[in-house]
Design a protein. Sequence first.
Length: 305
Amino acid sequence: MASTGLMLPPPSVDQPFMHVSALEGGNIRILCDLVVDGNSQGESISCPSLAFSLQHSKTKSWAVFDLGIRRDLEGYTPLSQERIKAMKFDPVVNQTVAESLVKGGVYPHQIETVIISHLHWDHIGDHEPFTRATFVVGEGCRELLTSGYPIDPNSLFSSTALPHERTKFLPLSDFSVPIGPFPLALDFFGDGSMYVIDAPGHIGGHINILARTSSDGAWILLGGDSAHDYRLITGEKEVAHSIDSSGRVWCMHGDKDKAVENIARIRSLLGIPRVQVLIAHDSKWYEENKGSAAFLPGTIPPLAA
Ligand SMILES: [Zn+2]
């Protein structure tokens, strides 16, 4: 029994689950003072922009969560390219998500579903190799795309970032079940194997994945950019924000209060046995696991009972 009293639904008989693997999607540097409070200015940390493949244990259908960074930065909008330089993200893409899949023995055209946590450049990657996939995003992404570049030449988001005819925007009404600490979730396959979680605060439409990783009670939360540093999840650090000379509050998250609330929900998962939490830019996990069997064709081992 979890110390918090919080539980996730028990497995059914012959419970389907997801084989979850990490995928290299390029690396960036993140200035620490943008992410956690109390960092000295100028210090930066090298992080991955992780993506994940998820294969259903019964139907064997493939999904991917996030597409990392594209190699040709010219594919991003002019403002996005400017931000990448100004914020010294210094992206390096040794392997795109599509290349990571191929290296793991899976072709991008085999992917049936691509779920995108949110539309920022380091998660949207390049949709072109995924010729058959249905793209799934939060409803909040619709407005960012329809008003995106070039309609608004100063947008961070390209209106062609996703293939229109194959993109499904999930209305909030689809998030109709609560699960564990999350009030709004969607049982994606209808069999309890994988839930899409409404994870507000970062930018419009931000979603997470909560997937079962075994038939006997192990789970993983893929947190996208719910937090940019794992110490925010554990509570060791607080979300950075600053107030500029004109009194404007600046934060990595569009709505800091909602982001903090969402992080607190994720933190409460840590009190439940056999639940692993991974965020897209988890530098510590990456340093410990890069090149390991956690990456396709291997799988992230489910936490043991
Ligand atoms: Zn990011």
